[in-house]
Design a protein. Structure first.
Length: 511
């Protein structure tokens, strides 16, 4: 299938697509309205870790450690202990949904908390952030306290050693007589003890500063505020998804129905089914009301005139005298086509007798508004002659032999020698004998008459006839050794047939 054919399927099945899409959107709307309303509040916290450089006022940012710390606390935000503290502080029955987002290449972490109350969600988000900050400070407070105690003990010990070395050195300085060697050794010891003390003092000061700095590593950058609108349900998103699902599902159903439906919806499908070019196309024109006959100046009337021309020149011989009109199944409009074709042939100056050979469900007497008390069934049962039942219609040049009373054995009568004799008589008296028969497949009447006529017109109604019955009827008519079998498309789309008329004209010129 090309794009044009896909578009044609979508157009034919547009109500399936529209209905499916509408239902999907309505279902999405109903589900959305039934969903609980949730609000999402977000607190942004900043995590920055610094290290102290060689100078006490020199700081360097440790980004790798910051990343590890952020990942750690993103996990802690959803951990059991933190959520338990949050539930306890806010008297919650169950923990709220928490989402953590860490923007790339930043020191920020966003904590989003869902709740059924706008203000409650904001309080929960800010409380969660404070719990993480408190947890961080508590952890570093314990570590810093242990380190402070260790360094303080080492510093006190070093100070005691410095004091002892200084007292020893001072005592040697006042000793008489002085001892230069011991004084020099005491000075060296004192210097070493002072260097050790200074190094430990620097480490202690650095640790104290680091502890003070890291205590403020986590801070609230942007506290949560009560959201104005709920985050769930997202009506626009849900309706958009419903629309998308509806369109996809509707298109799928459209093509599924197209594959399952054997109705011939286009002339192109009819041509593919019969593998032949139709001889005529009768367009579907709306607004004709109850009138059965087509006006000569309407698209339908012009189509009948073209059909008359094609019939007259279908094999470059004399126009056919005997024509049979049938269809694969009922409801294809064969009787209406037969009546209008008789009128069109009469307008061309031909004497036409129209025979209602449908002895089961006759229709021509209603179309021409004439009585059906006597007709073809009486002739075939030798209860009347053709002149007894033949009636001149209100259409100039057209005579009608109605079906007459419905007999008990219509197929036997149609296949009788009386029917053959009647056709011979009518052929002598009229230019055209036009037979309207029952549908071809349900009964054998049309099959019995087909070999006795010059041309069979198989009426195929677009958007009504089905593929397999049409193919079977067309093939069986050809197998009957019928002289000529042609298809007439009824209810064709206006303008659809012009390309096929041109194609058929080229075929006629080339043959």
């Amino acid at each position: 299938m090309d794009a044009r054919q896909y578009g044609a399927v979508v157009w034919r099945r547009k109500w399936v697509i529209l209905t499916t899409t509408t239902m999907a959107v309505l279902i999405a709307l109903i589900i959305t309205l039934l969903m609980p309303i949730n609000y999402t509040a977000t607190t942004t916290i900043r995590i920055a870790t610094t290290t102290i450089g060689p100078a006490l006022d020199q700081r360097a940012f440790d980004m790798s450690y910051t990343d590890r710390l952020m990942n750690t606390y993103s996990k802690l935000a959803n951990s059991g202990p933190i959520l338990a503290q949050l539930m306890q502080k806010l008297n919650l029955i169950q923990p709220p949904a928490v989402h953590v987002d860490i923007p790339a290449n930043t020191e920020l972490m966003r904590l989003s908390v869902e709740g059924d109350d706008s203000a409650g969600a904001a309080v929960a988000a800010n409380t969660l952030a404070q719990l993480l900050i408190d947890d961080f400070k508590a952890s570093y407070s314990q570590i810093g306290k242990a380190a402070d105690q260790t360094l303080n003990a080492q510093l006190n010990q070093a100070k005691g050693e410095v004091d002892l070395a200084r007292r020893t050195y001072d005592a040697l300085l006042v000793q008489v007589p002085p001892n230069p060697e011991r004084i020099s050794a005491a000075r060296t010891t004192l210097q070493a003890r002072e260097d050790t003390y200074d190094r430990l003092l620097a480490q202690y000061q650095q640790a104290t500063l680091l502890q003070a700095t890291q205590a403020n590593t986590i801070s609230v950058a942007d506290p949560a505020i009560p959201p104005l609108y709920p985050s769930k349900p997202n009506i626009a998103l849900n309706l958009g998804l419903g629309l998308l699902v509806g369109l996809i599902g509707g298109a799928g159903l459209a093509f599924l129905f197209e594959n399952l439906d054997s109705t011939l919806t286009t002339t192109e499908q009819i041509v593919e089914t019969i593998q032949a070019t139709p001889i005529g196309w009768i367009p579907q024109v709306r607004g004709r009301g109850r009138s059965v006959f087509f006006s000569s100046h309407t698209p339908e009337g012009e189509a009948l005139a073209r059909l008359r021309t094609n019939i007259a020149h279908h094999d470059h011989s004399l126009p056919p005298t005997r024509l049979l009109v049938t269809s694969a199944e009922s409801g294809d409009g064969k009787s209406t086509i037969a009546a209008n074709l008789a009128r069109t042939l009469a307008q061309a100056g031909r004497g036409v007798v129209l025979v209602d050979a449908d002895l089961r469900m006759p229709a021509l007497h209603r179309i021409f508004s004439i009585p059906n008390a006597r007709g073809l069934s009486d002739i075939l049962q030798r209860r009347a002659t053709p002149d007894d039942v033949m009636q001149y219609t209100r259409v100039p040049g057209v005579w009608l032999i109605p079906s007459g009373p419905v007999p008990a054995n219509p197929a036997e009568l149609i296949g009788s020698t009386q029917m053959q004799a009647l056709l011979e008589q009518l052929t002598v008296r009229f230019d055209t004998v036009l037979l309207d028969t029952p549908p071809f497949l349900p009964v054998t009447d049309a099959a019995l008459l087909a070999p006795q006529v010059d041309q069979v017109l198989l009426i195929v109604a677009r958007a009504h006839s089905r593929r397999e019955p049409v193919r079977a009827a067309f093939q069986q008519l050809q197998d009957l050794q019928t002289r000529s079998v042609d298809v007439v498309v009824n209810h064709a789309e206006p303008g659809e047939a012009y390309g096929y008329y041109a194609y058929r004209a080229r075929e006629t010129d080339e043959s």
